[in-house]
Structures are given as C-alpha cells and as structure tokens.
Design a protein around this ligand. Structure first.
Ligand code: BGC
Length: 427
C-alpha cells in the first residue's frame, strides 16, 4: 500500500509544478497552453463594511441550486433562501432548458417574497464552473465540471443566457450585475469580517481557490491599471495535472476514477480530493486493503463492491465514530490513520503554494465546502500540514466562510455599486 503515501519531496515537487502552472496561466503568451487557467475575475475591491441594500443571489454548482434574498446593513446581514432541485435530466439536457428552469425558480422565489413589481432588483450569480470573464457581468463557460454537461452553454456568456431566459418569461424584473465563482464569494464573505482575508478555497463537490493578485503580475489583464492595482484571480486549480505534470503522484485508483468519470483526462487534481470523488477513492482503496488481507478478514461486501456506493460524507461520519467502528469491525487502525493523510495532502500543498506566492506575513484563508465543514479533523490536519510547507516567517489561519455563495454574491454586487456611485460622485 506504500504507493498511496508520498514523501515530503514529492509534495515539494508538486508545489513547484503548481507554481509553474499558475505562472503559465497568468502569462499572456503562455495562457493558451496552461491547464491552471488563473482567470482574472474583475473583482478588485474587498468589502469595507459600508455595503447596503437588497440583493438577489443565485448559487449554482454544488449539490443544490439556491435562490437567495440578501439584505446588507453594514455588519448585519439578513438572508432568506430556498433550495430548488436540479434533476439529472436538467444537468445533462439542453442549456436553454436549464436556464429556463433557473428563471422559473427566480420567479417563484420572488412571488413568495413579494418582490414582483417593486422595481428592478440587482442580482449576483454564483456560477461555480470555470468561466473566462470579460467583465464583472460577462463570463463564458470554458467547460462543465462536477457532473453537469448541458449542451449549448460551453463557450457562451452565461449571464446572457440567464437574461434571455428571464426575458422569455417576462414576469420578473431582475438584472444580473455580477457573475462570480464560489471561491470569490467565499473570500468576499470572510473579507467582510476579517480584512486580512486574501484567499478563498472550496473543498466541496469540486475544489478550487482564488486569491488577490497584484495587477503587474497578471499578464492576461486587459482592464484598466488604475487603483486598486489588484484583482482576484480564480485559479481553477481543479484542472492541475491535466497535462500529465503530476502523473508521478497519481495512483492506479486515481487513474481508474478518472477513466470511469464523465470527463476523462479533465479536472485530475479535483478528482484526487473533492467530495464528488473522495468517497469513491476511499471505497477503491478499502477494497484493495481488504483484498490484500489487511482489513475485514478479506471479505468485500456486496455494498462496498458497488461503484459510488461509499459516499464522501461517510468519511466524516466514520471519523466521528471511529473508535466504535474499530472495535466492532476489528479494523487495523494504522491502515486507516495512515490512509487519511495522503487523502487530504493535495490541499495543504496547494494552499501553501498560494500563500508562498502572496508572501505576506499573515493571511486569512477563507474555506468552505461540505468536506471541510463536516469533517472533524480536516481543519487541524490542513493547518498543520500547510504550516509545514510554508516559507519561513509566513503565518496564516483558516476561517470557515459562512454561506459565501449567497452572501459573497450580494457583496460583489454591493461593492461594485459602491464603487460606481463613488465614481459618479467624483465626476
Ligand atoms: C469548478 C470551479 C469551482 C469548484 C468548486 C470546480 O469543478 O471548476 O469553478 O469553484 O468546482 O465548486
């Protein structure tokens, strides 16, 4: 089972390669062949606490689709939201149908909250897929991830598709003023409370991170170079490794999971660690341990032998009851405990790479996603391992981001309103 455990040198090699890929993504001449796309987001200012107003937000890209109404009053934030299921059929059907469904949900939500006929409401759209942004409210989907594969959306501006669907209904008055990735929402929502937040990380169905970068290091930046001379970069690190550069850390399990996925050869880093795949990684490793006679007396149960039957949430549940399970199932503790570290290590490796690049003495890292939120040991393991991989003198702390996809969307919309109003007043 040693192939599942890498030494520190391998992880330092991965760090160096990730940094190289990130730099390639930021370079005008090199971005075309980069796998880590480093998209500039057009979000350049963080909240300062003075944000006010009512906003609608959409959150598409995790396990649920939600519509939210967010009211910002300085430090006070009120939120109401409703979850609307997205069927497998919608996830794989025509893009127009998906956007009609989304517009229908907005309409239903607005009726329920008496928001129809009260004037135009600004909306922030958290769309958690790789998008090349051409402005704050313009972004083309590069490719679907996480089990979505609706036709007619890749290459298109998703805000235009949303506005067209809203117009087709003609019963609501909504304008999408900001499109954002969930990592950006996560960063914004923590930055609202803690101004040293510079990184947003998601470890949920998929994985990704964004961070605040200086404009003079963003070769692909085509906006203005005025103040603030910074922009949030959506790294899209889930695609790290898609060019084969970290094949040396992939195991036969990683390769098998990729082979059986909807998008083979894509999002390889994401497939090592995120919630959509981690349960399956563990199931396959467990079967190997059983077949090698290490645990459960060589007996593979029918359930464990069923693909995708071991849900990622079991990891947190097992950890919480690990002592009891150990006794009942006579597991070898060492196998499970040593298996845990390589499972999460890719994340500290990539967070440390970002923090070393930012190179500030103390940075807050906003984190969200079910895997981080519900696992009893992720926080501590991540903190410990990230610190080990940091350059000397750098410090950080991980902060749980509360509902970044909703609150963050409202904050991005509100910050852009605040800046537009200030620019207008200075004319
Ligand atoms: C997407 C990212 C997203 C991440 C977490 C990935 O599959 O490509 O845009 O941020 O999932 O939701």
């Amino acid at each position: 089972m040693d192939e599942y455990i890498h030494d520190d040198d391998s992880y330092r090699r991965v760090q160096a390669l990730l940094l190289e890929e990130m730099e390639r993504g930021l370079g005008k001449e090199t971005v075309a062949e980069a796998t880590v796309k480093m998209f500039p987001t057009y979000v350049r200012s963080l909240p300062d606490g003075s944000e006010r107003g009512n906003f609608l937000a959409l959150d598409l890209g995790g396990t649920n689709f939600r519509v939210l109404l967010i009211s910002l009053k300085g430090e006070k934030v009120n939120m109401q939201n409703k979850i609307y299921p997205i069927s497998q059929e919608l996830m794989a059907g025509a893009g127009e149908k998906l956007f009609d469904h989304i517009a229908g949900c907005i309409s239903n939500f607005m009726m329920d909250h008496q928001l129809v006929g009260v004037g135009r409401i600004p909306l922030g759209f958290t769309f958690s897929f790789p998008c090349r942004q051409e402005g704050l409210a313009v972004g083309r989907l590069v490719r679907w991830t996480k089990g979505f594969h609706c036709q007619g959306v890749e290459g298109e501006d998703v805000v235009r598709l949303l506005h067209e669907a809203i117009r087709r209904r003609s019963d609501i008055d909504v304008e999408c003023v900001a499109l954002l990735n969930d990592t950006v929402g996560c960063l914004m929502s923590c930055a609202f409370l803690d101004h040293s937040t510079e990184v947003g990380v998601i470890l949920g169905t998929g994985t990704n991170a964004c961070y605040m970068e200086r404009l003079n290091r963003v070769g692909t930046w085509d906006g203005d170079h005025g103040q603030p001379d910074q922009v949030i970069i959506n790294t899209e690190w889930g695609a790290f490794g898609d060019n084969g550069c970290i094949d040396f850390v992939f195991t036969d399990v990683d390769r098998a999971i990729d082979h059986d996925s909807l998008n083979p050869g894509k999002q390889l880093f994401e497939k090592m660690i995120s919630g959509m795949y981690l349960g399956e990684v563990v199931r396959r490793v467990l079967i190997k341990c059983i077949n090698a006679g290490l645990i459960l007396s060589g007996q593979v149960t029918e359930e464990l032998d069923t693909p995708s039957r071991f849900y990622t949430k079991y990891l947190s549940e097992i950890e919480k009851t690990i002592a009891r399970i150990m006794t009942a199932a006579t597991c070898s503790t060492s196998a499970l405990w040593s298996a845990r570290e390589p499972l999460i290590l890719p994340l500290p490796v990539s967070i440390a790479t970002l923090l070393n690049r930012i190179d500030k003495p103390s940075v807050t890292v906003a984190v969200d996603g079910s895997l981080y939120r519900f696992h009893p040991h992720f926080h501590n393991l991540m903190t410990q391992k990230t610190q080990e991989l940091l350059n000397p003198g750098l410090k950080f702390h991980l902060m749980l981001s509360e509902d970044g996809s909703g609150k963050g969307a409202a904050l991005v919309a509100a910050v852009s309103n605040r800046i537009a109003a200030a620019a207008e007043a200075n004319k």
